[in-house]
Ligand binder design. Sequence first.
Ligand SMILES: [Fe+2]
Ligand SMILES: [Fe+2]
Length: 259
Amino acid sequence: MFEPVELYRDAHHCCLMFTDLVRGEQSVQANQFLVVDNGTGAVLDPGGNLGFNELFLGMSRHFSPQRLSYLVASHADPDIIASLDRWLTSTPAKLVISRIWERFAPHFTKVGKTEGRIVGVPDSGCRLPLGTSELWLLPAHFLHAEGNFHFYDPVSRILFTGDLGVSMVSGQEAREPVVSLAAHVPRMEGFHRRYMVSNKVLRLWSNMARKLDISMLVPQHGAPIAGSAIAEFFDWVDNLQCGIDLMDDRHYQVPTAML
Ligand SMILES: [Fe+2]
Ligand SMILES: [Fe+2]
């Protein structure tokens, strides 16, 4: 197992990225994140059951699980919170998730497990206290899930972008930030065309994101985007046709092909 990538560290605050906990040809590479401020922690997009044991152990080396305040979920996909039951058993953390997924999350756990332990986030987002700092939950709906948030850490100035900005690479490659976008586009394009909902929401998002002071865009799959690639990424999504932009009646025909 690789050591986690230290995306940021100072005396009071750190952001760690785990890139290779989920292995195997059948599952997509995924990143999980630990943000700690003054001894209080949050796991961002904790992931599925595949990586739980290793993430829990890896995290315990840096931080006591008993000081974990939040599991913050960008949306409700299996690679984001399928491990929820085990996190709720092993830590006192609360799940922070979109209000529109709040009543769906208990399906990942045993009966009663989520009682008093889910914080629903309104569509407009919020600022979540963490230690002496905050995590900002920014609206990123339809990128790709209907209720979806990105996480901005004002200390490290990292914007965690969930399934936006993802690239299909290995756990090893995911450790290295991309600083020039052109050669990286082929590893992002197919995914974004199919999983992102429309160019309209990409532009609404980039208008908001450009107002932030960002050191790095860090997606849930693949490599971080840094340096001049950040502005290049905004320009790329502004011009990307995807999702319903590309759908027409040819895509909605009664099938004749056998599986
Ligand atoms: Fe997803
Ligand atoms: Fe994902």
